[in-house]
Design a protein around this ligand. Structure first.
Ligand code: ADP
Length: 167
């Protein structure tokens, strides 16, 4: 059985992530979407568990997709899970340098690990979780950018944060 791991921050999951998930799930027997707790990136609107739950809701229709969480190095997760294939999405040249470096470092740490890149779907090439967070703060519609359960959760989270700040 061929399993692949799709790791990321997913803060929040977007339709761009879902596009990669669907396409990878069509190629592999099983896809494990792994929410990483220790990204170097600035995050997070949602906790790791909340992000995992949003991914579970958004992938409920995909029977060979499983969602997991991990604290620590991706190479350790990959070694423990026994699946050496890691999926990453590429949107633009700007992603390339970061992804190329990560793939090289990870391969050094775990020579068994193979990173497979998938180009973003054209309509999602501009889409990022950080853009979604920014739009949400300004109350813009998120309908074209995230699955419906994610849009609801983002709205609730932003309102809760605003209520907290105004106290
Ligand atoms: P990370 O913090 O690990 O980069 P992200 O959640 O930002 O996590 O992204 C996870 C993976 O999905 C990365 O490989 C990223 O390049 C890719 N990705 C992010 N947004 C999109 C998108 N709109 N289309 C395709 N791939 C994407």
């Amino acid at each position: 059985m061929r399993t692949a791991v799709y790791p990321g921050s997913f803060d929040p999951p977007t339709l761009g992530h879902l596009n990669i998930i669907r396409r990878a799930a069509a190629i592999f027997d099983e896809l494990v979407v792994c929410v990483m707790r220790n990204g170097a990136k600035e995050c997070c609107l949602f906790t790791c568990e909340e992000r995992a739950e949003l991914l579970r809701e958004s992938t409920a229709g995909l029977s060979n997709v499983r969602v997991d969480t991990h604290t620590g190095l991706l190479t350790d997760y990959v070694r423990e899970s026994g699946s050496p294939v890691v999926i990453r999405g590429l949107r633009a040249v700007t992603d390339f340098e970061y992804e190329f470096q990560m793939a090289a470092v990870n391969r050094k740490l775990n020579p068994e690990m193979e990173t497979v890149f998938m180009f973003a779907g054209e309509e999602f090439a501009f889409l990022s979780s950080s853009a979604v967070r920014e739009l949400a703060r300004f109350k813009s519609s998120l309908r074209d950018f995230v699955p419906a359960p994610v849009e609801r959760a983002v709205r609730e989270k932003i309102s809760a944060l605003e209520a907290e700040q105004s106290r």
